[in-house]
Design a protein around this ligand. Structure first.
Ligand code: TXA
Ligand code: MG
Length: 314
């Protein structure tokens, strides 16, 4: 089924129209500071099912629910000390907290894929926040890309990947952070489930303890945790000092490359450009990509995580 894509401006009229699309049980793609999200009313099971259908996403993968602020998050999950600290320090922002789902939350079961926990996040983006205000309810939203493909950081990426399959797209410019949110399970002890826009070092400094990594939490097979994910059409070779004759270099730092994530060697700039450059190399029909080494610090951890998955066999 093909639905005519409504393109909306990121102004009051566009946000009101987008909120109505959500109320009607349809899907709205919208910008956040990390990547574009594909949103549905988190209380409407049929609407949430539409997300899985549009992305062709395996339905056992639970979704992140976006809320306007901490007060709104408390309606759906039970906070503990770790969550209080992290939310106070990093919300709004690129951090998702996994917490016990409240019995009276009213969140569609498909959102949590039957888990007793819910992932919540407060986006730090005027359009994401504007949509939450206009809709005045919880918005379930994974990244707005077909399952397993490169995440979208511009409206054009969304239109190319999902154009015929969603109700509306709010065109709000490029996502500034460029990689998805960091996901932390606030169980005891807290665990890092996905590296992302808030560096692990910053979380550990806030909590005063080291975070253990748990990439395969029990009963959850997260798409961001699957081996092959964020995949471009090209084959990737990582930690490459230079490109072979049949490869195109995706550079980092002072290397000679048409595509360079950050000539200055800045991991924050590189994160912001990562998915855009992979999309552009795909559009240019590049068959093989060699990637410069990226330091495993700060946002470099999230970049390397995405690159490893993009390079995995599929
Ligand atoms: O930056 C982001 O997080 C973006 C924007 C749109 O907010 N969203 C995003 O969503 O990346 P998605 O669906 O692509 O990734 C959500 C991740 C998945 O790895 C999923 O398995 C995990 O969150 N997740 C959701 N609920 C969970 C839960 N209850 N326990 C553990 N992991 C959970
Ligand atoms: Mg995703």
């Amino acid at each position: 089924m093909s639905i005519l894509l409504q393109r909306l401006a990121p102004d009051a009229d566009g946000l009101a129209a987008a909120a109505q699309v959500l109320r009607d049980g349809a899907l709205v793609a919208f910008p956040t500071e990390t990547v574009y999200g594909l949103g549905a009313d988190a209380r409407n099971d049929a609407a949430v099912a539409g997300i899985f259908a549009a992305k062709a996403r395996p339905s056992f993968n639970p979704l992140i629910v976006h809320v306007a602020d901490i007060a709104m998050a408390r309606r759906y999950v039970t906070f503990n000390d770790v969550a209080e600290r992290l939310a106070a320090a990093f919300w709004p922002g690129a951090l998702t907290l996994v917490l016990p789902l409240r019995a009276d939350a009213g969140i569609a079961p498909l959102v949590t894929a039957g888990l007793p926990t819910l992932a919540v996040r407060v986006p730090d983006h005027p359009v994401g926040q504007g949509l939450l205000a206009a809709f005045d309810g919880p918005i379930a939203a994974p990244s707005a890309n077909p399952s397993g493909r490169i995440s979208p950081t511009t409206a054009a990426h969304v239109a190319t990947g999902l154009g015929g399959r969603i109700g509306a797209l709010i065109e709000g410019g490029a996502s500034g952070v460029g990689v998805e949110s960091t996901i932390v399970s606030c169980a005891t002890p807290p665990k890092l489930l996905r590296a992302g826009g808030v560096p692990q070092e910053a979380l550990e400094a806030c909590l005063g303890t080291a975070l253990t990594r748990d990439e395969t939490p029990e009963r959850v097979i997260a798409p961001g945790q699957l081996e092959s994910h964020y995949a471009p059409n090209a084959k990737l070779r990582l930690n490459a000092a230079m490109a072979a004759p049949d490869e195109v270099l995706l550079g980092f730092g002072p290397v000679d490359a048409t595509f360079n994530l950050s000539p200055a060697g800045d991991v924050i700039e590189a994160a912001a450009k990562l998915f855009e450059m992979l999309h552009r190399m795909d559009a240019a029909g590049v068959p093989k990509i060699a990637v410069s080494p990226i330091p495993e610090v700060g946002l470099g951890r999230a970049i390397n995580d995405r690159l490893r998955r993009a390079a995995a066999d599929r």
